[in-house]
Design a protein around this ligand. Sequence first.
Ligand SMILES: Nc1ncnc2c1ncn2[C@@H]1O[C@H](COP(=O)(O)OP(=O)(O)O)[C@@H](O)[C@H]1O
Ligand SMILES: [Mg+2]
Length: 151
Amino acid sequence: MTERPSTPCGTAPLRLTLPTEADLGKFAASFARGLRPGDVVALSGRLGSGKTTFVRAVVRELHGADQSCSPSFTFRHRYDGDPPIEHIDFYRIDDPSELSELGLEEALDGSSIALIEWWRNAPDALPAQRYEIEIEGAGDEPRTLYLRPPQ
Ligand SMILES: Nc1ncnc2c1ncn2[C@@H]1O[C@H](COP(=O)(O)OP(=O)(O)O)[C@@H](O)[C@H]1O
Ligand SMILES: [Mg+2]
């Protein structure tokens, strides 16, 4: 089910087949346990692929069911806890200049774990050291998840 061949240019992404939402949730939970403040997770995949579902599973694993979320911005949610978790969505970002409204600097100041959906709308806003997760499939399809750790 998993393979991670090494290549001269770094590590190829880990590839996982996740037939059900429960499988995706289980993987997100185990991934979450390895995250530390300052870690950035860049999520891609089409609408309905499961990016938000993945983020919610991470928050649930690290903060438990009782999450306190400050909806400070429409596309940025901060989950207070230890460590804080920032859930950011660049979906409606058409121009990187719009990012200042998100308070991204605070979200990426190293004290929180940050998970960012639609990050390719403003790739330069992210640190180079980041996890990249791509989810293939949507609707009732099984998901294939690709994980590239910081290089
Ligand atoms: N294997 C699966 N993994 C993740 N989500 C799944 C899976 N199967 C069905 N779903 C459903 O797909 C939808 C994914 O939505 P969401 O996480 O909001 O996607 P995105 O944030 O990528 O647009 C949810 O309604 C979820 O219940
Ligand atoms: Mg989403």
